[in-house]
Design a protein around this ligand. Structure first.
Ligand code: ZN
Length: 494
């Protein structure tokens, strides 16, 4: 296939003696003086190794001197935009791209690809220098995009945010909680927020009211320990979110753009966006980010929708039927877990009464089964569901909240804190001996009914099951997990 840009010479054909051959667009034209590899290097510049011809002095951005020098700087891209219209309109292939690069000492701007004007960088914090990367005429300026392997030394480098570069770090100027930013902090225009990605939504197509055409949009849920909100990524910024992991990726956003609007329900909402002078540090490495990361782990433990049963900690057979079985009261269990031997994953038995059941309530709310995908809770009244974000089918577990609470003479356990083994659910739901039935005095669950089966129940049988379990006395075999700080139910005996 003929390339649209066969060579530099044809590109600037008027400036070069053409030897009478003017038809530069003809693919059959021969002998323009360039070898096939030279043409390839121009038409597909990323195919060649990065080997600038000159010597460049390695320099931090803060140390750059204006004037003719050969510097080599390395930094992270913290914002970019294209000149394809000021706000969200598509960029044409000839657009100028405007890149903002930070290396922890300062920021700089670079305009790239056929920029017509020298960069006018406007007001971007810490950004006082700019360079133009212009293919063709400016042969001395090059740009190389690195793809670092996750966890490598390069990947961990250059993650110190601007102004955090001090030996005795105390605080980052302008950093505020998301709550205070949303309340009024955005008025200042200078604020910084440190947030964790909560969810990355699906790509949507928006038809703007006042403009023709369509726009791509991805909504990223962000939160810290004080609030949560939505950050909108439009058009060519959408791919940036591709590598963001819900509940893991931390973003330091300096000068986010902010829009206040009234929702249909009448509430005032604030959404965050990436403006021209915004700087986003992805996974920044400084004390506040380390603090937020551990805070988020604590929060995740507390609000987690579904904690999977930890396999391979306990031998279920010996815990249930082995020689060393200790009967605990709830108070003794608490004492052992918190005070006496907090480091051990001990097991034992509890004799408790089912004090509260929420089976019907969750059935009505369609939250009988649950799981989490893409950082978003998934609920259903059947044991599978499709994640609305990634469209994949997920297996759900029985929602531990269907059991309200257990009670003994010394205390109470809230059901939502328990982590159930699948077999223990089967024994709990279907193991109770049924009184006054034709099945005489046999143990129930002879057909090995599963917790998945209640998805086929109608409302009446669900209510019957709930009434049957409520206020009955049951023996639980438990395991205390120190890693999770939770009580796991290994088995149930009636
Ligand atoms: Zn998903």
């Amino acid at each position: 296939m003929a390339s649209h840009f066969p060579s530099i010479q044809s590109f600037y054909s008027r400036e070069v003696a053409s030897n009478g051959v003017n038809d530069s667009s003809s693919p059959t034209r021969v002998g323009d003086g360039f070898t096939a590899s030279e043409v390839e290097a121009l038409t597909n510049p990323l195919s060649r190794p990065f080997q600038p011809s000159r010597c460049y002095d390695v320099c931090t951005i803060a140390e750059l001197q204006t004037g003719p020098h050969d510097y080599r700087i390395t930094g992270r891209l913290v914002n970019f935009s294209s000149t394809g219209g000021p706000h969200r309109t598509p960029a044409s292939p000839e657009s100028c791209y405007f890149l903002v690069i930070c290396d922890g000492t300062a920021a700089m701007a670079a305009t790239a690809i056929a920029a017509e004007n020298q960069a006018e960088i406007g007001h971007i914090p810490y950004c006082s220098v700019a360079t133009t990367i212009y293919p063709g005429r400016n042969g001395a300026t090059h740009i190389e995009f690195h793809v670092d392997q996750a966890g490598s030394e390069e990947d961990c480098s250059l993650r110190l945010p601007l102004e955090a570069n001090t030996e005795k770090y105390e605080y980052l100027p302008g950093l505020m909680t998301l709550k205070s930013f949303l309340a009024s902090g955005y008025d200042l225009g200078e604020g910084k927020i440190l947030v964790c990605v909560q969810s990355v939504g699906p790509r949507r197509t928006i038809h703007p009211k006042k403009k023709e055409g369509t726009l791509g949009l991805v909504e990223v849920g962000i939160y810290d320990d004080t609030a949560r909100c939505v950050m909108k990524l439009w058009q060519d910024k959408i791919p940036s979110a591709k590598s963001w992991v819900p509940n893991q990726t931390i973003l330091l956003i300096s000068r986010p753009s902010c829009r206040q609007y009234t929702s249909r329900q009448g509430g005032v909402n604030v959404e965050v966006g990436v403006g021209y002078s915004t700087i986003i540090d992805v996974d920044p490495d400084f004390p506040d980010a380390i603090w937020l990361r551990s805070k988020i782990q604590d929060m995740a433990k507390k609000r987690s929708i579904m904690v999977p049963f930890p396999a391979d900690i306990w031998n279920l057979q010996s815990a249930m039927y082995g020689p060393n079985r200790t009967l605990y009261t709830l108070a003794e269990l608490e004492d052992q877990a918190r005070n006496r031997d907090p480091a051990s994953n001990f097991t034992g038995k509890l004799s408790v009464v089912v004090y509260e059941m929420n089976l019907m309530e969750h059935w009505r709310r369609c939250t009988t089964y649950c799981n989490e995908c893409c950082g978003i809770p998934l609920y259903a009244n059947k044991p599978t569901a499709i994640c609305k974000n990634c469209d994949s089918q997920r297996d759900l577990s029985l929602n531990p909240r269907v059991l309200g609470s257990f009670l003994d003479e010394s205390g109470m356990i809230i059901g939502q804190k328990l982590i159930w083994n699948d077999e223990a659910w089967n024994q709990f739901l279907f193991g109770l001996p049924i009184e006054e039935t034709t099945a005489s005095h046999e143990q129930a669950n002879p057909t090995q009914q599963s917790w998945k089966d209640i998805a086929t129940f109608n409302t009446d049988s669900m209510r019957d099951l709930e009434m049957q379990l409520l206020y009955s006395r049951v023996t639980l075999t438990f395991g205390w997990s120190t890693e999770l700080g939770r009580l796991c139910i290994l088995g149930v005996e009636w």
